[in-house]
Design a protein. Structure first.
Length: 304
């Protein structure tokens, strides 16, 4: 595992966010006029402690969250989490911090668009292909799809990152959803401007026009059977920097644990995924491209 100071750093950042989130949330709650008494019992672990435990799992070498919680959190890190509950109870408490964790990703962890964005997708299998008909946890949710590495039963994670290696946005879809799906880009492109660099799988005139209306220029390579066309040297150079998004996918799968077949519920799968995305944002070894070049948010390409 990483040094102990990383736990303190994560907890301080998350706890500060949770304090502001709870204060803002308490001032905007609707009044309950039903007259029904509702319990507001506090758990032994605070929301910030639960989020810290979820994120810190993806910094270490544990491949199994149960072993990580029982032997590391309740053993080695007992002084940091003296009120740690049982493993079964912690699994029940995970879903409590879903909204806090999503707000934390978008407001604190994720980066901002710099005018240079890379987009790609990666498969997230939930079981072996031969066991897809016997899988009951994701029955009716996971789908079959084919990627560059072959067939997969599960989901597809669409990512957009800037030239600093910071994740800007993500979309989780079924494995059979195309990379060029406009519904996915309606979410990915909300905060984007400038140039969007992608591989040849994103070549689509319809997608290009859709993004161009929002002031985003889609830049891709050329297929073998396509006519050659002039391309600025800078665009050609930045297409070679697509290793950034490929490295992010590799780190999410190998360093963080977003791909395994031990999920026992859909909610735990979602919590594991978003906590891995949040943990990546605090990694010290993010890949980076050229520094010092930034496109201004002028919306010069926007039609409306």
């Amino acid at each position: 595992m990483t040094a102990d100071y990383k736990v303190t750093e994560l907890f301080c950042i998350i706890d500060e966010f949770c304090k502001h989130f709870d204060a803002e949330n308490a001032g905007n709650l609707l009044e309950d006029n039903s007259g029904v008494k509702r319990r507001r019992r506090q758990a032994s672990l605070s929301d910030s402690e639960i989020m810290t435990i979820l994120l810190y799992f993806h910094f270490g070498t544990f491949r199994n969250f149960k072993h990580y919680y029982l032997f590391f959190i309740k053993g080695t890190m007992k002084s940091y989490f003296p009120k740690a509950v049982s493993y079964n109870r912690f699994v029940e408490l995970e879903s409590r911090v879903f909204f806090q964790l999503m707000f934390f990703l978008n407001l604190r962890a994720f980066g901002r668009c710099t005018g240079i964005t890379f987009v790609d997708s990666t498969m997230i299998p939930v079981c072996h292909n031969l066991r897809r008909y016997a899988n009951k946890v994701f029955k009716g949710i996971a789908t079959d799809g084919k990627g560059t590495m072959g067939w997969c039963h599960g989901f597809k994670l669409h990512l957009a990152c800037n030239d600093r290696g910071e994740i800007i946005a993500f979309v989780l879809t079924g494995a059979n959803v195309s990379d060029k799906d406009p519904n996915a880009f309606k979410v990915l492109a909300k905060r984007l401007y400038g140039k969007l660099f992608a591989d040849k799988g994103y070549i689509s005139q319809k997608l290009f026009d859709f993004l161009f209306e929002d002031g985003i220029q889609l830049v891709t390579g050329l297929r073998v059977n396509m006519k050659n066309k002039l391309m600025p040297f800078y665009d050609r150079m930045m297409l070679r920097k697509r290793y950034i998004i490929e490295t992010i996918n590799d780190m999410l799968k190998n360093t963080a644990q977003i791909v395994h077949s031990r999920h026992r519920s859909v909610s735990n799968f979602i919590m594991n995924l978003i906590s891995a995305l949040g943990a990546y944002c605090f990694f010290d070894n993010k890949p980076k491209a050229l520094q010092g070049y930034c496109i201004e948010d002028t919306k010069q390409l926007s039609l409306f």
